[in-house]
Design a protein around this ligand. Structure first.
Ligand code: ADP
Length: 401
């Protein structure tokens, strides 16, 4: 099958066409700055680039541009869109309605729509993409693969918040977790390396612009660091991660912060102005590391805070799992930033976790075993592949239909 995988962000649309028989990527690309001046599409086929600069006002226009690029006689890679058998969509939030990937029907789409409130930045873009495919490629099925689904196996003691119970019952306020397709992909690879040993205990660290961790026992998530929304947990590019909510009430009384109401405190201040950006002025870990290495004390503190938070979660999850067989690093930082991995690992020797310094320093973006010779736990760098999970799930859902 040829599956078109679509991953819509608030102002971007990433796409790939995957031949699921061989798992080869036939072509891929991204439309950026949707709804912002200067939008463009960049497509890559067998290493060569094809660029279209054109204003696109919304995700529907972006998808039209994707179709044009895919089938372009010069820069494209399909003769006709009729070669596409199905579309697999990354959808942010399945809430408690969807614990696995699903076929989009009028009924399931309507439920996804009601869950837009759970992910107001991404879910409307995800659903707009489904609508665009239905309009332009009406003969192919659409499958939704939820970012939350892989975490659906968490026990209640891990997903409940200690707030009045009726807010869970009435409003489904609880931890859901995100980056599920990434955690699922690297868990699959980890289990393969562990030869599917029953009871395998794995901690997956997806460290990128958004960062999250998961504790996985026997292939099932038992806890994860993001919450009702992706704000909770680790320190991220622009998000604070874990914080005392009283900070919001405290700061809202300060004169210079009075432009924020509670919603904008959370949506803007904690989600978009905090994390590395708030601490150092840059959300990009490469830049933060660069500043830290050239002696900037706050940048160094930010890296230390980031690593310390990851260490604390590893400690928690080590206990939750009753030990550990494999620690996995993935995501832009996890795969590339040896400095971050070194800082994190420096605090883990009490758990018998050690890395091989030279192997760690040499690993940038590729699959590698970076375990130290005496480490009791395997430490791996596994590049993630969320698109492949979406393509595989699309085939699975359609074959179960
Ligand atoms: P997203 O969450 O948007 O998918 P990514 O997983 O692509 O983000 O991760 C982006 C982050 O990875 C950025 O902070 C970037 O600086 C960092 N990163 C990418 N490459 C490197 C590198 N070689 N060294 C350090 N950090 C890197």
């Amino acid at each position: 099958m040829k599956v078109l995988v679509l991953n819509a962000g608030s102002s971007s649309l990433k796409y790939q066409v995957i031949d699921t028989d061989t798992e080869a990527v036939l072509g891929k690309g991204i439309v950026e700055r949707i709804g912002i001046a200067g939008s463009n599409l960049e497509q890559k086929v067998n290493g060569s680039k094809y660029i279209i600069n054109r204003e696109v006002k919304d995700h529907t226009e972006a998808f039209q541009l994707v179709i044009e690029a895919i089938t372009d006689t010069k820069g494209g890679f399909l003769k006709s869109v009729s070669e596409i058998d199905a579309a697999g969509h990354r959808v942010l939030h399945g809430a408690e309605d969807f614990k696995d990937s699903i076929l989009i029907t009028p009924e399931s789409f309507a439920i996804c729509k009601t869950n837009e409130v759970m992910g107001p930045l991404h879910q409307p873009a995800n659903l707009a993409c489904i609508k665009s495919v239905q309009a332009l490629l009406p003969n192919i099925p659409n499958v939704a693969v939820f970012d939350t689904a892989f975490h659906a196996t968490m026990p209640a003691k891990a997903y409940m918040y200690a707030i009045p119970y009726e807010d869970y019952k009435n409003h489904r306020v609880r931890r859901y977790g995100f980056h599920g397709t990434s955690h699922k992909y690297v868990t699959g690879e980890a289990l393969r390396l562990l030869k599917n040993k029953p009871g395998s205990r794995v901690i997956t660290c997806h460290l990128g612009n958004g960062s999250s961790m998961a504790a996985v026992k026997d292939g099932k998530v038992i806890d994860t660091s993001m919450g009702l929304t992706p704000l909770e947990g680790l320190i991220m590019g622009t998000r604070s991660g874990d914080i005392d909510p009283a900070v919001v009430a405290f700061l809202s009384n300060k004169e210079d912060k009075q432009q924020y109401n509670i919603k904008s405190f959370v949506d803007v201040y904690l989600n978009k102005k905090s994390g590395f950006l708030g601490l150092t002025g840059s959300s990009d870990f490469r830049e933060v590391t660069g500043k830290a290495k050239s002696g900037d004390e706050i940048a160094m503190l930010a890296v230390d805070m980031f690593a310390y938070r990851v260490q604390k979660y590893i400690g928690e999850y080590y206990v939750a799992l009753g030990g550990l067989d494999m620690l996995v690093f993935t995501g832009g930082i996890g795969e590339n930033a040896d400095f971050a991995r070194e800082k994190i690992a420096a605090g883990l020797s009490c758990l018998g976790i050690e890395i091989n310094d030279s192997q760690n320093k040499a690993t940038h973006g590729e699959f590698a075993d970076i375990s130290g010779a005496n480490s009791k736990v395997k430490v791996m760098v596994i590049p993630t592949n969320e698109e492949l999970v979406i393509a595989r799930d699309t085939v699975r859902v359609l074959s179960n239909k």
